[in-house]
Design a protein around this ligand. Structure first.
Ligand code: FES
Length: 106
């Protein structure tokens, strides 16, 4: 099954097997990845699914929609690679993607 690698705040890597079509946020929740709270359940109203997409992968993602742009600015320590993981559908092309959890995430 395709894999997402989450790099946790302490540097630990957590490989998660995820179904194609789910969101990266949902895959994190399903596997108890620390630092992805997703309080709004993916409704784009909380920014608690904020993560940094690894620089090797960021250009393979579709661009942020304006609605995501607005909400990501509500997150702390925003970087050019910041994304709200609830807005990223996991596709076959993203098998192996690396996602870093920000230090600011609970
Ligand atoms: Fe709330 Fe992503 S889960 S914005």
């Amino acid at each position: 099954m395709p894999t997402i690698t989450f790099v946790l705040k302490d540097g630990t890597r957590q490989d998660v097997q995820a179904a194609i079509g789910t969101s990266i946020m949902k895959a994190a929740l399903d596997h108890g990845v620390t630092g992805i709270e997703a309080e709004c359940g993916g409704c784009l109203t909380c920014a608690t699914c904020h993560s940094y997409i690894d620089s090797e992968w960021i250009d393979r993602l579709p661009a942020r929609r304006p609605e995501e742009d607005v909400m990501v600015e509500c997150a702390m320590d925003v970087r050019p690679t910041s994304r709200l993981t609830c807005q990223i559908p996991f596709t076959e092309d993203l098998d192996g993607i690396v996602v870093h959890i920000p230090q600011s995430q609970i």
